[in-house]
Design a binder for this molecule. Structure first.
Ligand SMILES: [Cu+2]
Length: 174
């Protein structure tokens, strides 16, 4: 079979580019931990309101018996619920996100928070806020016509202020 030398050269270049990309992906996966999320935890998105963990009353901030802070949030077209929560600055917080409808994303500028929220799965990310202030919570995965308006807010307080608020009115930070 005859292959034109020029065509052969281009075929080699194309295969070389493919090999390069596969190599980069493998290096990233092996040495830079660029992987698909490893927390594979499934949940039925259609019955979240009936689930124990993500029922409306259990959303928001929870401090467990060991003092760990867990935040549970639900993403749905077009908002994150609860609309506003209050957490302490400079503290490790475990966020657990679920979606009630389509694929959403969540991005909180100035933090490591950036993950997809896929219906049927729980997205868990550990994060912390460097300093007090208002942090926007944005959807960064196109989810429909209202996507541009899909955002919420996290109110980050100084640790001491947050603690005082927790003890003075138990319901506020929930
Ligand atoms: Cu969106």
């Amino acid at each position: 079979m005859h292959i034109d030398p020029l065509e052969k050269k281009w075929a080699q270049i194309s295969l070389g580019i493919c090999a390069l990309f596969v190599g980069i992906i493998m290096l990233d996966a092996l040495f830079h931990s660029v992987n698909a999320p490893s927390n594979v935890e499934t949940i039925n998105s259609a019955t979240l309101h009936l689930s124990e963990e993500f029922a409306e009353d259990n959303l928001g901030v929870e401090v467990d018996d060991d003092g760990n802070i867990i935040v549970r949030m639900v993403a749905g077209r077009y908002s994150f619920f609860p609309k506003k929560i209050t957490v302490p600055a400079d503290t490790k917080i475990t966020f657990r996100w679920v979606s009630i409808d389509v694929v959403h994303g969540v991005h909180i500028p100035m933090t490591n928070m950036s993950t997809m929220i896929i219906p049927g799965f729980v997205a868990e990310v550990e994060s912390s806020f460097p300093k007090p202030g208002d942090y926007p919570v944005l959807c960064n995965e196109y989810c429909g016509l209202g996507h541009d308006h899909m955002w919420s807010k996290i109110d980050v307080l100084e640790k001491d202020k947050w603690r005082a608020l927790q003890t003075s009115s138990k319901g506020v930070a929930k």
